[in-house]
Ligand binder design. Structure first.
Ligand code: SF4
Length: 218
């Protein structure tokens, strides 16, 4: 019974292994299959919502994704190559997407001050306003609002842990916030990147980075 989807599950209409308030059985830890099913359904919800929101703005979900990525990445990660790595898309698809975002004045290109061969992709104020309309997704925000604060915090931490473990298992780039990077140093009270040697601001360390690496677990 625990592996079957149950219409009596008054919380989720999912398999009875989930936390159903009817308590027909003891709840056991979720298996990898159960976690997979839940994530698949959540991703499906997000995809449907992104499609609808994108359509209302005349944009495709992938265009919204690129916009969102660029709105949260740092200056080492706002290039075509980084977007390609983050999304796992081909360079051609990303270039097409960027052309549309540029034409819509949601993104603009800016040559690097030190190396003119490098082009940074900056989200315009209009682009940031658009991102704030679809992140967080309404369904996620509403669902979290229904949970007690402690449960919502625990859930967020658990999901972050799961993502980190999955990235480790796949040897994938982490693209996480600079403040959790092993190269992030504090020198004379200022943040500094141990890779580039550059000073980082308080805002910089909140951004995600393509060079990010978690410290080794002891
Ligand atoms: S400290 Fe890490 S995350 Fe931050 S800028 Fe340097 S490499 Fe990127």
């Amino acid at each position: 019974m625990s592996e079957a989807i149950c219409q009596e599950n008054i919380d989720t209409k999912l398999d009875c292994g989930y936390a159903c308030r009817k308590r027909c059985r003891q709840v056991t830890p979720m298996s990898a299959t159960q976690v997979h099913i839940v994530l698949e359904r959540l991703c499906n919800l997000l995809r449907v919502e992104a499609r609808a929101q994108g359509a209302a703005q005349g944009l495709l979900p992938v265009q919204l994704e690129v916009l969102h990525y660029l709105s949260q990445c740092n200056r080492y990660s706002d290039t075509v190559q980084s977007v390609t790595e983050f999304l796992g898309q081909t360079k051609g698809t990303v270039s097409q997407t960027l052309k549309i975002l540029e034409n819509r004045r949601l993104v603009r290109k800016l040559p690097d001050a030190a190396d003119r061969r490098v082009v940074h992709l900056k989200v315009t104020p209009a682009g940031r306003r658009l991102v704030s309309k679809f992140v967080p997704a309404r369904s996620i925000a509403e669902a979290l609002g229904l949970l007690p604060e402690r449960d919502a915090d625990r859930l967020a931490q658990g999901l972050a842990q799961l993502l980190r473990a999955a990235q480790q298992a796949n040897r994938a780039k982490t693209f996480a916030a600079c403040k959790s990077c092993r190269f992030n140093q504090v020198v004379d009270g200022a943040f500094r990147c141990g890779l580039t040697g550059e000073v980082l601001s308080a805002a910089d360390i909140e951004l995600i980075c393509r060079e990010h690496e978690y410290p080794a677990v002891r």
